[in-house]
Design a protein. Sequence first.
Length: 201
Amino acid sequence: MTGSERREQLVTVSRALFASKGFEGTSVEEIAARAKVSKPVVYEHFGGKEGIYAVVVDREVQRLLGMLTNELSAGGHPKAVVERAALALLDYIEENTDGFRILVRDSPVAQATGTFSSLIGDVASQVEHLLAEQFRARRLDPGAAPMYAQMLVGLIALTGQWWLEARHPDKREVAAHIVNLAWNGLSGLERSPRLTTVRTG
């Protein structure tokens, strides 16, 4: 193998191991054994487990962010944008199950490589301006758009985590239910929401 081919092989092997065993449960020895190379080869290419993990996570973040960004930037009616974003995440989960498992796991090196929550934050920032436009059109406070963007993206992302294991119902039905809650909830927003009960103590 050439150096680049070996590197890709190690990334592929590590991706599968990190998905099934997590960062802590995967060792350099196991990566090397699965790739049929010696441990020094892994260190030579990536400097250790943290280095190869960072590459794997970065690739998954870029893949998912690219899919979501494409849908969010395609324009159209806001409801259609929500539908496409929900389906894009479910598509990613279906096509890149190992990658999504890695993204939603916690890791001690995640802060340096990006986390699922930071990825969701990036997506939410792209949703903000879409929501702000809709808020202005409905005479709602556009200043609240960042908070609602986090809620909306969080709804889609957490449902995606649940569907990762459930895989039922079909992803299009799941997306339709996400949009049903998100859109019908957004369409009936109050201008100044208040809690109806006050907790004492």
